[in-house]
Design a binder for this molecule. Structure first.
Ligand code: ADP
Length: 495
């Protein structure tokens, strides 16, 4: 079968630049899609970490932005995958986070920084690189969302019959929308009539997210449950009407776990590799984690872990309000995360008050995150909403049973330890329904109750570790989606 040529467009790419799950996804997809019959190239902004990591970069073509800025599209490779990088130093060569300045404030010119990403993607889709023509442009999150809009509008300006790529837009988190003042519209490169209720206008602003949702040929999001939830008011972030209108082209494809990175049997970051048959070795990781964090060396204490961005989304207030119960029952808590200053301070204060039972590392540390999943008994993910969530999947893989709110991808990946699920061997964690402290507290008590039954706990751990959330399964669904676009819409020739 002929391979599908796909351009993936993203602001993040693991392992070169990551602030969240988006990077894990775009990092894992190229290899998985290659196995599923697609040739993938990536387009990334020329952030310092990207430029430093991509090898053999050389200029391919120039792209002039609507505001006159000249950017050079560079071509290189990473680990055998073709990567395009946008060289625009005035926009991208800034230290730290791709979106925020050193004070945690969004850069004032973010609309240009990410408009350029969409514009370069559309240019590549429309033949910028004479030696490679993508059939599909697949844009991720609002940062890349102008790409489908620009490809759509270019179709109508192309000579009759000339091919134009089909577009796919993936929502990793609908809550981050890239909304900017209406005055920025002139920088986007869209025709004037796109500033419209049925275009990119959103409550008097321009919305990059809306551009992707409005114009992409297909929309996906990262779990089937989230695909349903965002069509409702509560989780639709004001875009549920548009998503309902486009429900025929919207689907959920569950993320996978990159087992080349997340495999407890072959993880060089952890104290002692282990697997479902050698679970006793997990205790060595627990002891190492307790030692590293200065916690009491109590092998019998259930050790709970959090690896998370600290934002309102993540429901971490329940971890704080439930802490006294967790401690009263003899548990310990390790937290790795950063973000919201009030949450950081609250967790720091908890660690100071209970130095032998609560430990907090404020910051971002990939190696430490592996150690937390390997060393803890329970991974806490009580998110208010969660498009897919990866940490509960890492918890499952490392035998750290997830305790989660029944929402989004968390609902799709964790099976509660209800009696019937224990009986049929499907249970993998603790799931609570209402988003409140009482429901969280009840799930916490279920975790303690199961922990007290060692044999049953082991059985659930083994089931959890056997759950395979496979990138190959996800990639097969993306590949099928791409193929359906090519066969049904004939390379998008517009007459
Ligand atoms: P989101 O994308 O909303 O942040 P996900 O669960 O999809 O949530 O992905 C989060 C990713 O970021 C996971 O790979 C997780 O391990 C990682 N992560 C989050 N916070 C930290 C941290 N402080 N240190 C290391 N890794 C982190």
């Amino acid at each position: 079968m002929k391979r599908t040529e796909v351009l993936q467009v993203s602001a993040e790419f693991y392992p070169l630049l990551k602030t969240g799950g988006l990077a894990d996804v775009t990092g894992a997809l190229p290899a998985a899609l290659a196995r599923a019959g697609a040739n993938v190239r990536l387009l990334l902004p020329g952030f310092p970490a990207i430029r430093a990591g991509v090898t053999g970069l050389r200029p391919l073509a120039e792209h002039v932005a609507p505001w006159g800025e000249r950017a050079v599209v560079l071509g290189g490779t990473w680990n055998g995958h073709g990567i395009y990088v946008i060289d625009a130093p005035a926009l991208y060569e800034r230290p730290g986070n791709p979106y925020l300045d050193a004070h945690g404030v969004a850069y004032a010119d973010n609309h240009r920084r990410f408009a350029l990403l969409g514009q370069a993607a559309a240019a590549l889709g429309n033949g910028l690189d004479a030696r490679w023509q993508p059939q599909i442009v697949h844009a991720h999150d609002w940062h890349a969302a102008l790409a489908p809009a620009l490809v759509h509008h270019a179709r109508h300006r192309r000579p009759p019959g000339s091919p134009s790529p089909a577009t796919v837009f993936t929502i990793h988190n609908l809550a981050y929308q890239g909304a900017f003042a209406a005055s920025t519209f002139v920088d986007l490169g869209l025709p004037g009539d796109a500033y419209h209720l049925d275009g990119v206008e959103f409550h008097g602003q321009v919305s990059f997210m809306k551009a992707g949702l409005q114009y992409a040929d297909r929309i996906t999001t990262v779990s089937p449950t989230y695909a349903r939830e965002i069509q409702g008011r509560e989780q639709g972030c004001g875009l549920d009407g548009l998503l309902r209108k486009r429900h025929n082209v919207l689907s959920g494809i569950l993320n996978g776990v990159d087992t080349a990175v997340w495999n407890p049997a072959a993880d060089s970051a952890i104290a002692q590799p282990f697997d479902a048959r050698r679970l006793a070795r997990k205790a060595i990781n627990k002891a190492a984690l307790q030692r590293q964090f200065g916690l009491a060396r109590r092998p019998e204490a259930p050790l709970f872990g959090v690896v998370s961005r600290m934002t309102e989304q993540k429901g971490l207030q329940w971890v704080l309000t439930g802490l006294s119960e967790l401690l009263a029952r003899g548990g310990q808590l390790v937290v790795l995360g950063s973000g919201d200053a009030a949450l950081e301070a609250a967790f720091r204060a908890a660690a100071q008050a209970h130095p032998r039972a609560v430990a907090v590392h404020i910051g971002y540390d990939e190696t430490l995150s592996h150690r937390v999943f390997a060393g803890t008994d329970v991974t806490l993910v009580p998110s208010r909403f969660e498009p897919c969530g990866l940490t509960q999947m890492y918890g499952l893989a490392y035998g750290s049973l997830p305790l989660v709110h029944r929402v989004g991808g968390l609902a799709d990946t964790v099976v509660d330890v209800a009696l019937e699920n224990l009986a049929d061997g499907s249970a993998t964690g603790f799931v609570f329904d209402a988003f409140d402290g009482a429901a969280y507290g009840a799930a916490l008590r279920r975790a303690f109750a199961l922990y007290a039954r060692a044999a049953q706990w082991r059985r659930v751990q083994r089931t959890a570790m056997g759950r395979v959330f496979d990138w190959d399964a996800a990639a097969a669904q993306y590949a099928a989606l791409y193929r359906s676009l090519l066969t049904t819409e004939r390379d998008h020739a517009v007459a």
